[in-house]
Ligand binder design. Structure first.
Ligand code: HSE
Length: 440
């Protein structure tokens, strides 16, 4: 059988990795897919650069529509990114009856419902393994490998840039701004790092995992998103003294009243494997009723790691493109008629435990006042650490850092109580609040 023909839109880092992996491993890939898979057409604004990557045997154009209009192309890979022109081209490719493979988490997290509906109506597949955690096959695991299970929660380090920054802050005791500059110099962070450091990229990814894990629609607008820009190395060190590491986690959880969907910095027990995921690496933990806890670890970005996921999708599409669409794996794991309408919980309704740091006057009765307000609200204390000396905070002896770990409480309750504690005259600076997850 002649090879299936693929058109590639955008040949940057991941696109060139995809071309190279397909070329290098073509015999093995053919053996697995049942027929060859060839990129025969590439669209990129930089035609010269594209040609230097793919050589003369591949048609290179600067107009993506020429790829979409080519009747010989069965699969379109979208590696342009963003939700501007990428969305238009993906919708046009679907309308033209092409299967789509994409690494575009932002596009699917924001416009997933429209894109999946259009693909289902047209009977084509939209595959997106590369959109979440790069080379880690977490979409495959959630959608197929764990299909026997009722999934309870998913928690992941799904942004390498922020994990690199947090690792450096902990290792070297440096502040966020200093490490960010270093990360930019080394190429770990973009010139505009907003989506990474504000948690938006992680929220796109956890939104997709949430939909697949629980069979709910993709709803990025309901995700709570908080990044790492306000984290201080002081808190990283206090957390360490208490046996925790701070990680930016994407969490989605089945709770009593709905589904939690959130990204924020989090204290995680240092003994958990995920707490020891360092540098730009990614990891996802899934808790499910039959299998228990499983952990998926690997490179969440980069040319060939991400290409590994793109090519895996190409193989899946090649195997299934002639199958009856109802026999394919559904985009979001559940058949359209079996999707859940369970609501995503507002952050005020999320129940979790907390790390609190208060800069207080070192006077008699301060601790009693603070713990009294917590007790009034029914918030139970797990541990208290008071640093009289300047060994971590570097401040003078008339002030002290009061660190409190709480047991689980509703976020709304915690917010109201922190407002009251903040008004105490002996509380000298804005209270630092970081959520804590035991992940057990
Ligand atoms: N910028 C992302 C990260 C990689 O730092 O993990 C692509 O999603």
């Amino acid at each position: 059988m002649k090879p299936i023909q693929v058109g590639l839109l955008g040949i940057g880092t991941v696109g060139s990795g995809t071309f190279n992996v397909l070329t290098r491993n073509q015999e093995e890939i053919k053996g697995r897919a049942g027929r060859g898979i060839e990129i025969t057409m590439v669209a990129d604004l930089n035609v010269e650069r594209a040609r230097s990557i793919v050589g003369d045997g591949v048609q290179v154009v600067d107009d993506a529509r020429k790829v979409i209009e080519n009747p010989d192309i069965d699969i379109v890979i979208e590696l342009i990114g963003g939700y501007g022109i990428a969305k238009t081209l993906v919708m046009e490719a679907i309308a033209a009856g092409k299967h789509v493979v994409t690494a575009n988490k932002a596009l699917l997290a924001v416009h997933g419902p429209e894109i999946f509906a259009a693909a289902s109506a047209k009977g084509v597949m939209v595959a997106f393994e590369a959109a979440v955690a790069g080379g880690i096959p977490i979409i495959k695991a959630l959608r197929e490998g764990l299909t026997a299970n009722r999934i309870e929660w998913v928690a992941g380090i799904v942004n390498g840039t922020t994990n690199f920054i947090l690792s450096e802050m902990r290792d070297k005791g440096l502040d966020f701004e200093v490490v960010l500059k270093e990360a930019q110099r080394l190429g770990y962070a973009e010139a505009d790092p907003t989506f990474d450091i504000e948690g938006v990229d992680a929220a796109h990814k956890v939104t997709l995992m949430s939909a697949i894990a629980f069979g709910i629609p993709v709803q990025f607008d309901k995700a709570y998103t908080e990044g790492i820009t306000k984290l201080s190395s002081v808190d990283i060190r206090y957390a360490e003294q208490l046996g925790y590491r701070i990680k930016l986690l994407g969490i989605t959880k089945r709770a009593a009243k709905g589904v939690e969907l959130r990204v924020h910095p989090c204290l995680v027990p240092a003994k958990r494997l995920i707490a020891n995921v360092e540098g730009a690496m990614n990891a996802v933990v899934v808790e499910a009723d039959a299998v228990g806890t499983t952990l998926y670890y690997g490179q969440g970005a980069g040319s060939e790691p991400t290409a590994s996921a793109v090519v895996a999708d190409l193989v899946d599409v090649t195997r299934l493109h002639t199958a009856d669409p109802t026999h394919r794996v559904p985009h979001l794991a559940f058949q359209p008629g079996a999707m859940s309408d369970e609501a995503v919980l507002p952050m005020e309704e999320v129940v979790t435990s907390y790390y609190l740091r208060m800069r207080v006057a070192d006077q008699t009765g301060v601790l009693t006042k603070v713990t009294g307000l917590l007790a009034e609200a029914g918030i139970s204390i797990d541990a208290v650490l008071q640093r009289e000396s300047d060994e971590i905070s570097g401040e003078d002896g008339n002030q002290t850092d009061l660190i409190i770990l709480t047991h689980d409480t509703r976020e709304g309750e915690m917010n109201a109580t922190l407002e009251k504690i903040q008004t105490l005259p002996s509380v000298l600076a804005p209270i630092v609040r970081i959520r804590k997850e035991e992940l057990n």
